[in-house]
Design a protein around this ligand. Structure first.
Ligand SMILES: Nc1ncnc2c1ncn2[C@@H]1O[C@H](COP(=O)(O)OP(=O)(O)OP(=O)(O)O)[C@@H](O)[C@H]1O
Length: 261
């Protein structure tokens, strides 16, 4: 196909579509963060570089060319977190679990027997929300949370309402940080979660919520937050939050997310 002096074949169209898709994914990842502005600044300079090169402006294009070369390295450093998130997202969506054919042979780690575990969690959350007790509970789905479990005090205990209430009681030495539930067991308490740097999180939310967001950006875990200040229950997964939930809604959401593929 010819457009003016340009000859375009289907490979060029595929090339443009792939670049557009990639740019859109990058935009979605960095939306709202400081990296956003840097990214657009870089794209602008790249545009000027391409135009100056096409017009044969030797001096300007060579200066911008040098800048672009160094810029790639600088971008890798600046966008460390975003690149990691992008690769993790890519790895997750292309992993064998997402493959419909292989899915039939895959048995989820969270089985229906864990229904009573979820029940205990919901009952504990109900009490904590009425007593203004802050809590952060992470429930493993399919991504392995080993490295986060190891950041805390490993317990490997049976999940019960009483144990959760004891852990998050403000005088308990274990109340700081998050509790992680793995395979229906309370794997660890006092766990350190990654704090999200997203600029789209409401400034009204503090570090407990930011840690829940961070965890949900890096893994497919379900995270429950009970706010100490507002006694509000939130459910966080895949970088999204459902705030001010009733205990009944939490129960439905939790079962729906954890027990289904
Ligand atoms: N990175 C983290 N990993 C795990 N837990 C964390 C992390 N950061 C903060 N927390 C927990 O959150 C508590 C502090 O919460 P902060 O008051 O900043 O959050 P918040 O979102 O405003 O919640 P709240 O409404 O309960 O006050 C800490 O005492 C700690 O237990």
């Amino acid at each position: 196909m010819r457009i003016g002096f340009l000859t375009i074949d289907w490979i060029d169209i595929l090339d443009i579509l792939l670049v557009a898709y990639m740019l859109y994914q990058i935009y979605k990842l960095i939306q709202g963060s400081i990296a956003n502005k840097i990214f657009f600044g870089y794209i602008l300079i790249y545009g000027v570089f391409l135009v100056s090169k096409a017009l044969g402006m030797e001096f300007l294009s060579s200066i911008l060319g040098q800048f672009m070369n160094m810029g790639v390295l600088a971008l890798l450093i600046i966008f460390q977190q975003e690149i990691r998130r992008f690769l993790m997202m890519l790895g997750r969506s292309t992993s064998f679990r997402e493959n419909a054919l292989l899915k039939r042979f895959y048995t989820p780690k969270v089985s229906k027997e864990n229904l009573s575990t979820l029940q205990s969690i919901v009952e504990a959350v109900k009490v904590m929300a009425t007593t203004y007790t802050g809590a952060l509970i992470v429930i493993e789905k399919e991504d392995d949370l080993k490295k986060f479990i190891e950041s805390g005090d490993v317990l490997d205990a049976e999940v019960s309402k009483r144990l959760l209430l004891t852990i998050f009681h403000k005088n308990s030495p274990l109340h700081d940080g998050a509790v992680i539930i793995k395979g229906g067991r309370l794997a660890a308490a006092r766990c350190m979660l990654p704090v999200s740097e997203s600029g789209t999180i409401s400034p009204a939310l503090g570090f407990r919520h930011r840690a829940a967001f961070g965890m949900s950006e890096q893994t497919d875990a379900a995270i429950i937050v009970v706010s100490e200040e507002k006694a509000e229950i939130s459910f966080v997964n895949h970088g999204g939050i459902f705030r001010n939930m009733s205990v009944q809604d939490l129960e439905v959401k939790l079962k729906d997310y954890i027990l289904k593929d």
